[in-house]
Design a protein around this ligand. Structure first.
Ligand SMILES: CC(=O)SCCNC(=O)CCNC(=O)[C@H](O)C(C)(C)COP(=O)(O)OP(=O)(O)OC[C@H]1O[C@@H](n2cnc3c(N)ncnc32)[C@H](O)[C@@H]1OP(=O)(O)O
Length: 541
């Protein structure tokens, strides 16, 4: 029997029963309203599963801090104390005592001790520096950007038309990552990886993180959260802003197995869905690969958080050899086991630069193959009545059309053709105009055409134009036909006719005379089109 697994099972525990954050579900309440949440059925289970108090390696029991740490602290996640989840089983005085004693010790210690502590601090704090990461990953931002920029401006210089740099620099992912990266570079934000190393500052951060987990993962026993955070086999990657913990991920690296188990992951309520969770995960991956030598992460994701983990590259399918992880990780009820492979090369903390370079390379390639980046001056397309252009513009004169591969044979792209193949484009257009004219007359002469002959008068039907945004009538269509410029295809004409009837059926209910007129004139129109087609007009399939 594998004794490891029996130690590690955490039955009946799910990290959170919380609703998805507001941006993910309109019906969800804010994540801070924990007190309203329905806790899972195991709420009345002992706060500390007996199986969890056991440890493989005695790391927890060697942890003298744990003796005095209660699972309750001064929660600072949302700052709203009224929302505190009160669990009378815990005594927070020991936590206060612990914190106070630590701070007191740090204040009274002499210079030698302070120097030693600072040394320890620097040694233990794994500060994740973006510059180093970029260097390690072989990405030199400046060089790459400059090269890409030079290529872009070269292409711009060689373009003959007016060149507009319409390259999008990035999507939401990249811009969030870039803005957080800038914050890091400016020193306003830092990502650190710490464990319980007795350094005062780290302990304060770990307690801050504990408070966030306790609030964001309300179904997780607080004792258990404290236990894992303070366990020296666990590490916590945290995002710190103005010396306050914004969120973090606590994980256990199984170095011999080359995988890590993410135990908890949370961002404080006010700061969710701003990109911190993604950046945190990217820092974690970079650190776990470069410092711990891990190749995979496994986690039991809460149902609500599966979407987040999927976006971080986690899958529900587990590819990692079961032998490598089975018996090592803890089971959680209500969670879904997910895996993420850590790429051996990706510059995780500088993905946005990589994406930008890739994007620029693709844009360069597109420019080599097409002219779509050249923007020509617009056409003065002022319209007079009935939407007919004031100026007659020859298609050939439209700037850029020929350069885009257009040929006069494609004029109108109409499927309308007379059966006489000898007719050229102009004669074909005349024949089309004659056919449309005859169809208009046929509709006009129909006894039920009276509602469609003129535009609807807003004085008679005040809300008509509120409901019908694209009105049309036989008179307007007649103007368009007679302009011989508007309906360059038969399909455009038919679209206007269909819209005229659908407008009538949208505004009027089926029992009205208008609705019935529309049905009858529409049928008449269709029969006339059929008759026209039989008598020599051809619409190509
Ligand atoms: C192993 C475990 O600990 S499971 C428990 C996970 N923790 C929780 O559920 C606690 C409450 N939630 C949180 O603390 C946070 O919302 C986290 C940690 C889940 C995500 O952190 P955030 O900072 O909000 O994530 P971030 O802003 O980087 O969002 C990244 C993407 O994931 C999406 N996302 C964030 N949270 C969720 C979610 N719960 N469900 C689905 N998608 C989500 C975001 O919309 C965003 O999508 P986009 O890139 O398409 O715009």
């Amino acid at each position: 029997m594998d004794t490891r697994s029996s130690h590690l099972t955490a039955p009946g525990r799910s990290r959170s029963s919380q609703s998805i954050s507001p941006s993910h579900s309109a019906s969800a309440s804010a994540t801070s309203s924990i007190h309203k949440r329905k806790l899972a059925s195991d709420d009345h289970a002992p706060p500390f599963p007996s199986s969890l108090s056991d440890t493989r390696d005695g790391a927890l029991t060697s942890n003298d801090d744990l003796e005095s740490i209660s699972a309750r602290g001064a929660d600072s996640d949302t700052g709203d104390e009224s929302e505190e989840v009160v669990d009378e089983e815990y005594d927070d005085s020991s936590m206060r005592k612990f914190t106070a004693t630590r701070l007191e010790n740090s204040n009274v210690s002499g210079p030698a001790t302070a120097a030693a502590r600072n040394k320890l601090k620097t040694e233990n704090l794994v500060k994740i520096e973006p510059a180093d990461v970029a260097k390690d990953s072989g990405i030199n931002n400046n060089t790459n950007n400059n090269a890409a920029n030079a290529a872009v401006s070269g292409a711009a210089g060689s373009a003959t038309g007016i060149f507009t740099d319409n390259i999008q620099t990035g999507g939401a992912y990249s811009s969030r990552e870039e803005s957080l990266k800038r914050e890091e570079e400016a020193g306003r934000l830092k990502f650190v990886c710490v464990s319980n190393d007795s350094v005062d500052e780290h302990m304060v951060w770990l307690i801050g993180l504990k408070n966030i987990f306790a609030r964001q993962l309300p179904n997780m026993p607080r004792e258990y959260i404290v236990r894992l955070i303070m366990d020296r086999n666990h590490k916590s990657v945290m995002v710190i802003r103005r010396n306050q913990v914004v969120g973090g991920i606590t994980y256990r690296p199984y170095v011999s197995q080359k995988f890590g188990e993410i135990a908890f992951c949370a961002i404080m309520a006010d700061e969710q869905v701003k990109g911190y969770g993604t950046r945190l995960m990217n820092h974690l991956k970079q650190h776990a690969r470069d410092v711990d030598g891990l190749t995979h992460f496994l986690t039991y994701a809460d149902n609500n958080a599966v979407g987040y983990f999927v976006k971080q590259g986690f899958t529900k399918e587990i590819f990692l050899d079961k032998e490598r992880w089975h018996g090592y990780i803890k089971d959680y009820d209500g969670g879904i086991l997910m895996e993420c492979k850590i790429d051996p090369k990706l510059p995780y903390t500088d993905l946005s630069t990589m994406i930008r370079c890739q994007r620029q390379a693709i844009d360069e390639k597109i420019k080599e193959l097409s002219n779509c980046h050249i923007v020509y001056p617009g056409i003065d397309f002022q319209k007079k009545e009935a939407g007919v252009p004031k100026l007659s513009i020859k298609v050939d004169d439209i700037p850029g059309l020929r350069e885009a591969g257009w040929t006069p044979e494609q004029y109108g792209h109409s499927r309308f053709k007379t059966t006489n193949p000898s007719l050229d484009g102009a004669s074909n257009q005349k024949s089309l105009t004659a056919f449309m004219r005859s169809l208009l007359k046929a509709m006009h002469d129909h006894p039920d055409a009276w509602p469609f002959k003129e535009p609807v008068d807003a004085r008679d039907v005040p809300d008509y134009y509120v409901i019908i945004k694209d009105p049309i009538d036989l008179k307007t269509m007649s103007r368009r036909v007679e302009s011989e410029q508007y309906y360059v295809t038969f399909e455009m004409f038919v679209a206007d006719v269909r819209r005229m009837f659908s407008n009538a059926k949208t505004y009027n209910s089926p029992d009205t005379i208008y609705y019935k007129c529309a049905t009858r004139v529409d049928a008449h129109f269709s029969s006339k089109v059929q008759a026209g087609l039989q008598s020599g007009i051809k619409i190509q399939p």
